[in-house]
Design a binder for this molecule. Sequence first.
Ligand SMILES: Nc1nc2c(c(=O)[nH]1)N[C@H]1C(S)=C(S)[C@@H](COP(=O)(O)OP(=O)(O)OC[C@H]3O[C@@H](n4cnc5c(=O)[nH]c(N)nc54)[C@H](O)[C@@H]3O)O[C@H]1N2
Ligand SMILES: Nc1nc2c(c(=O)[nH]1)N[C@H]1C(S)=C(S)[C@@H](COP(=O)(O)OP(=O)(O)OC[C@H]3O[C@@H](n4cnc5c(=O)[nH]c(N)nc54)[C@H](O)[C@@H]3O)O[C@H]1N2
Ligand code: SF4
Ligand SMILES: [Mo]
Length: 810
Amino acid sequence: MSYSQDGISRRTFLTTTTLGGLALAAGSVALPFGFSPLAAAVDASLSPDQDKVVWGACSVNCGSRCALRLHVRNDTVVQVETDNTGLDRYGDHQVRACLRGRSIRRRINHPDRLNYPMKRVGARGEGKFVRISWDEALNLVTDSLKNVVAQYGNEAVYINYTSGVVGGNITRSSPYASLVARLMNCYGGFLSHYGTYSTAQIACAMPYTYGSNEGNSTSDIVNSQLVVMFGNNPAETRMSGGGITYHLEQARERSQARMIVIDPRYTDTAAGREDEWIPIRPGTDAALVAALAWVMIDENLVDQAFLDRYCVGYDEKTLPDGAPANGHYKAYILGQGEDGIAKTPAWGSRITGIPQARIVTLAREIAGAKPAYICQGWGPQRQANGELTSRAIAMLAILTGNVGIHGGNSGARESTYTITIERMPVLENPVKTQISCFSWTDAIARGPEMTATRDGVRGKAKLDVPIKFIWNYAGNTIINQHSDINRTHDILQDDKQCEMIVVIENFMTSSAKYADILLPDLMTVEQEDIIPNDYAGNMGYLIFTQPATSAKFERKPIYWMMSEVAKRLRPEVHQRFTEGRSQSQWLQHLYAKMRARDADLPDYDALKAMGIYKRQDPDGHYVAYKAFREDPQANPLATPSGKIEIYSAQLATIAASWELQADEVISPLPVYASTFEGWDSPARTDYPLQLFGFHYKARTHSTYGNIDVLQAACRQEVWLNPLDAAARGIENGDPVRVFNARGEVRLEAKVTPRIMPGVSAMGQGAWHNADMAGNRIDRGGCVNVLTTQRPSPLAKGNPQHTNLVQIEKI
Ligand SMILES: Nc1nc2c(c(=O)[nH]1)N[C@H]1C(S)=C(S)[C@@H](COP(=O)(O)OP(=O)(O)OC[C@H]3O[C@@H](n4cnc5c(=O)[nH]c(N)nc54)[C@H](O)[C@@H]3O)O[C@H]1N2
Ligand SMILES: Nc1nc2c(c(=O)[nH]1)N[C@H]1C(S)=C(S)[C@@H](COP(=O)(O)OP(=O)(O)OC[C@H]3O[C@@H](n4cnc5c(=O)[nH]c(N)nc54)[C@H](O)[C@@H]3O)O[C@H]1N2
Ligand code: SF4
Ligand SMILES: [Mo]
């Protein structure tokens, strides 16, 4: 089996070194916001062997986390290498960075980096700023915060979802676990959110089935016969040498497990490594599962003993009291339930676009392979019916009894072993009200109209005040990563609605343009922190990062910024926020607590010298719901019945009591439901192509999106099947307009059989680039011009993969 990780890395490494550090300084241009070009040029008289090598890490939200060895000359990062520790053998392998991490020098030294605090002077979103002093910036932020809290209460202050430094600990940007949250919790609290843009639908839905949302470790595929991937693409989404793609490849090499990839695109994960690619219409996985279930029931292939012992609601025997007659799963599949439709292969084929005969053989193949690792990425659930889809995919694992055993899986995405770290404590939020992370634009525009049963407000029957103040630390979800950019622009333009937006960033991103106050942050590689692995199979690790260079210009660490705001709010707030510790004292304090819990960890100085510390999962491989499988009475699941709830009475109650629109379905069973802007929506007459934005190797969302070598290596293009292209007179590389009622994006077409007919896709995260005072046409290729702010029914999450568009040649 050939594998490209190493090849990619080496190629990038070569580009990095040959282009050299001076190219950047030479390429810098005068910029409108008061930037100065890169100051530090590399001293040519120093040679590489005089470099200082500093351990760093790539801390973006890609689901991997890589060690970096930054070569520093003259206080400037001149070259980037990656982990070189261990025996370089599976189990003691190197956590090698991908093409993005290896190009981090270009982010660090980028001529466009923010250098000074700035204040907006033009209309919001126009991007006009003037440089101000730190003192003025911090005073403006503090005064605004005090005013908003005095006038509207703490519920009017919102910390936006941001994931730019999800890998940090002290620097962590995750909104409910950041220093911004700690500051606000010292000052009366804030309106918080539930769910994430990553997993809103699956994280909400899966617990109704299992009580939680867990999968086996990918490394456990060493025990599998078959791997079935629904919309899961680790070759792009978990790219690190310590990440899931490496574990998948190594584990399969050992078990020789077959792999079936079910995805509208022929992904990089497939790309020659799969045994079969089954293209499927977006949003229809639940229909495929129902048809597979029909075949399994018809041919007596289901694991009836497992269903009887561990599950609720498969058939009449285990249907809970209060459920309607024939409300069970088997009746739904056989057409004896409410809809009266048998979910035959013919029925499933019409919806999914997969041939009937293939559905039949696939059912036999999945039922016949024991154990089978059935999993899903988060693409299928980022659809408008994603709550149903995620639970439906789990049904395949349940019907075949693959849950809770080695080599099997629950149908969820993989879990990982992690060395548990002591997080920077954020304290408790006195405000209990929450909105879904996707509904913040609504909370600005119509906050007090938002209710619990219609809009998913939690902790209260309705919101009392709209959002008036937004903290946005290390995120681009103000514009680029949130849906329907043109609508967001209209809401944010009016600075009487949301009065203050504070953005803490490294670059003038599209979100930063909407800041009222813009604060220049240091990067993680410029600070000291101890951070754990993210998704890494069964080998966990810690990375101890050191500042690669001194802080340049007036960039400051987030700990300093939040301490300074705390000081200006009230002395007690400052005392509570810092507890009298500096950033480095916090690090030592937290690490001492970790070692008190985990005596095997090296001491502080040893860890610092090592840079990276690795450890194998002492239990071998993580198996989700193993204890439950072994003894369901002694180890019940966290569901109300303690069993796997194929029929969820809780969901039946929600379905009966929430206000839903005609095209929204919440169901106690994991049924297939068509949805707004789906394959069979009436809107398809005007906008005939389904479109989604996949997570792309060129960037991590929008981060690294401004790096020239990455842009050149992985182009921003819209994928289109040759049949759809021919019908439109489009050839590979042609400039096209992709549009719907919400907006228009212009980019190049990639005409390829790697995407099924009727479906189009582009990498999500490209930098939005439109004249918002003019025609608003985006030339950056940003998919969120085309996505909707209408949330999914149950999670009120982001259905960012559910869109209809038309594509025309320009
Ligand atoms: N390089 C890179 N890696 C990343 C990220 C990144 O931006 N860049 N982002 C990170 C983050 S924060 C997250 S949350 C994860 C996201 O990880 P995922 O959500 O899993 O990634 P996606 O690319 O959105 O979707 C995975 C696959 O689902 C397919 N798909 C879309 N809709 C459907 C459907 O209805 N059915 C089926 N069967 N397949 C479908 C897509 O073609 C895609 O190949 O990735 C992480 N990793
Ligand atoms: N259409 C569509 N939209 C999507 C998705 C999709 O699949 N399709 N995926 C969604 C998902 S899963 C997610 S997680 C979100 C991600 O959305 P975001 O969390 O907004 O992720 P990024 O776009 O990477 O933005 C991170 C920002 O942090 C900044 N940053 C990086 N390092 C630092 C640092 O050290 N300090 C500071 N201050 N800033 C830093 C970067 O410059 C960047 O602007 O996007 C969502 N949006
Ligand atoms: S983007 Fe992800 S895989 Fe790539 S170097 Fe950074 S952490 Fe590693
Ligand atoms: Mo995400």
